[in-house]
Each structure stands twice: as structure tokens, then as C-alpha cells.
Design a protein around this ligand. Structure first.
Ligand SMILES: Nc1ncnc2c1ncn2[C@@H]1O[C@H](COP(=O)(O)OP(=O)(O)OP(=O)(O)O)[C@@H](O)[C@H]1O
Ligand SMILES: [Mg+2]
Length: 246
């Protein structure tokens, strides 16, 4: 399988506070993977996702996306690659003044789809995430699980090749967590979309990720097939995460 995302020796230092959020990180994410990035708070997970999503630039090292090295690409080229990456941010980041349909439509409006196509796509994608009867509802009237479904629908609206999820279940109860994870797995299977999931919760990677990296203090301390990482942890940070797995 070809690599969709490849990081080579990536270091990220935030200029504002000289924080070494990520140090010498290398990884490969293949087509169709559900790739887990796990680590405790401050380990560098969101930083890694922002680098993959082209929302931050590496201080050192290179990132290849869809086989193309992102160092020195033009803004136009970067934008066209970004269009193929959908992101669910930590928290839902929904537009509270817009209905469910309005939220799903937002990226389609930005991409200049015409009105008829937007309405059709909203319906189609709402059905995929089980929100077909909520298109006119406003986020404030939704449960956490439903809000996350809207965030997923919005991320998928423009039919990206990659879905990035930052802590998709951290605000949800265990029943709703299972529902959302099942939805992400179904979408991965149905659409063949390469999926990256960030979590502090090792139960999440166990449930759906085929590959896992463990981050600690900005470094990748463990990487491999999820079963190997969880059953034969080589690093203290992994053992610590496992010990919190209730
Ligand atoms: N925009 C930023 N500017 C400066 N420092 C930052 C910025 N974003 C993150 N950091 C720092 O980089 C380190 C890694 O942060 P990051 O948000 O990637 O961690 P995380 O693993 O996602 O944590 P959490 O589980 O709490 O979300 C932290 O020390 C954080 O303070
Ligand atoms: Mg984070």
C-alpha cells in the first residue's frame, strides 16, 4: 500500500515560547489506515495533527502528502492538497449561528459548489452520519454525540481523501464514544478514507486503530501495529497509558 502521509525527522518549535512540541518524528501512514496517535496531555498530539493538516509548518524535517513533499510548494498547490484533508478539531468548533445543514454546507460554499449541489450533498452526507432528520436543527439543541456527527459530516462534505480527528470522543460518555468510533470505522470502510485519530485514551486506539504511535514529551516512543504496541509495550510511557486503561 502506498503512503498517503509521510513525516521524516520532523521537529516543531513554536517561535513564541521556544516550546519543542515535536522532536525528530518520522512516520508513514498508508492508504486506508486508521492511524492512532496516543499520548498524555502536552505530548504533542495536536501539533502533529496540525502539521499533517498543513495548519502548521515544521521547523525541521519534511512532510510528504499524497507523495508530494510539502517543503517549498506554492500556496495554490498547498491549498489544493488541503482540500483533500478533512479535520475534526478538539471540541466541535461548530458554527452556532448556523443550522446543521448550514454547518455541513460551509466548506461547500467555500469551495464554490452551486446551491443545488450543496443541498444534495448535505442530505447525502447527513444520511451517512445518521443526521438526516436534524438538518434544520441548531447545534445548541444537539447532544454531544450529535454535534460530533455534524463535525464529521462537515469534515467529509468535500469528499476528502484523509480525515483527521483530534480527540473525537473525549467529551462523550462511553456509550456515545462507541457509537462515534463505530461511525468512524464504517466511514473508513465505506469510503476508503485514510483516518488519523488523536487520543489520550488507549481504549480508543484499541477499538479501531490498525496502527499506533505513542508520543511522549514530543517524541515518538513507540510505533507499530496496534496489537503489538498494546500487548508488548517497550516504553514506560505506553505502560503508563495502559495502566490508566480502566
Ligand atoms: N500554538 C502554540 N504556541 C506555543 N506553544 C504551543 C502551541 N501549541 C502547543 N504548544 C505547546 O506544545 C506542546 C504540545 O502541545 P499539543 O497541543 O501538541 O499537545 P497535546 O498532546 O495535543 O495535548 P492535549 O492532550 O492537552 O491536547 C505543549 O507544551 C504546548 O504548550
Ligand atoms: Mg491536543
Amino acid at each position: 500500500m502506498s503512503d498517503i502521509i509521510s513525516m521524516k525527522n520532523v521537529t516543531k518549535v513554536y517561535a513564541i515560547n521556544q516550546e519543542h512540541a515535536l522532536v525528530d518524528a518520522s512516520l508513514d501512514i498508508a492508504q486506508g489506515d486508521i492511524f492512532g496517535i496516543v499520548g498524555k496531555s502536552g505530548a504533542g498530539k495536536s501539533t502533529m495533527l496540525k502539521l499533517i493538516g498543513l495548519l502548521e509548518k515544521p521547523t525541521k524535517g519534511t512532510i510528504e502528502i499524497f507523495g508530494k513533499c510539502m517543503t517549498g510548494v506554492s500556496a495554490a498547490e498547498e491549498n489544493s492538497i488541503k482540500k483533500n484533508i478533512g479535520t475534526i478539531f478538539q471540541g466541535y468548533n461548530l458554527l452556532m449561528q448556523r443550522s446543521v445543514a448550514g454547518n455541513i454546507a460551509f466548506p461547500l460554499e467555500l469551495a464554490k459548489y452551486d446551491k443545488v449541489k450543496i443541498a444534495a450533498r448535505c442530505k447525502e452526507i447527513a444520511a451517512l452520519v445518521g443526521l438526516e432528520d436534524k438538518l434544520d436543527a441548531y447545534p445548541a439543541s444537539l447532544s454531544g454525540g450529535q454535534m460530533q456527527r455534524v463535525a464529521i459530516a462537515r469534515a467529509l462534505a468535500t469528499n476528502p481523501k484523509v480525515l483527521l480527528c483530534d480527540e473525537p470522543t473525549s467529551a462523550l460518555d462511553s456509550f456515545t464514544t462507541k457509537e462515534i468510533l463505530r461511525l468512524i470505522r464504517d466511514i473508513n470502510a465505506k469510503l476508503g478514507i485514510t483516518t488519523v485519530i488523536i487520543t489520550h485514551d488507549i481504549a480508543v486506539v484499541r477499538a479501531i486503530c490498525n496502527k499506533t504511535v505513542v508520543l511522549d514529551g514530543g517524541r515518538i516512543v513507540e510505533m507499530g501495529a496496534t496489537d503489538d504496541v498494546l500487548n508488548r509495550p517497550q516504553n514506560e510511557a505506553t505502560r503508563l497509558l495502559l495502566s490508566c486503561d480502566l
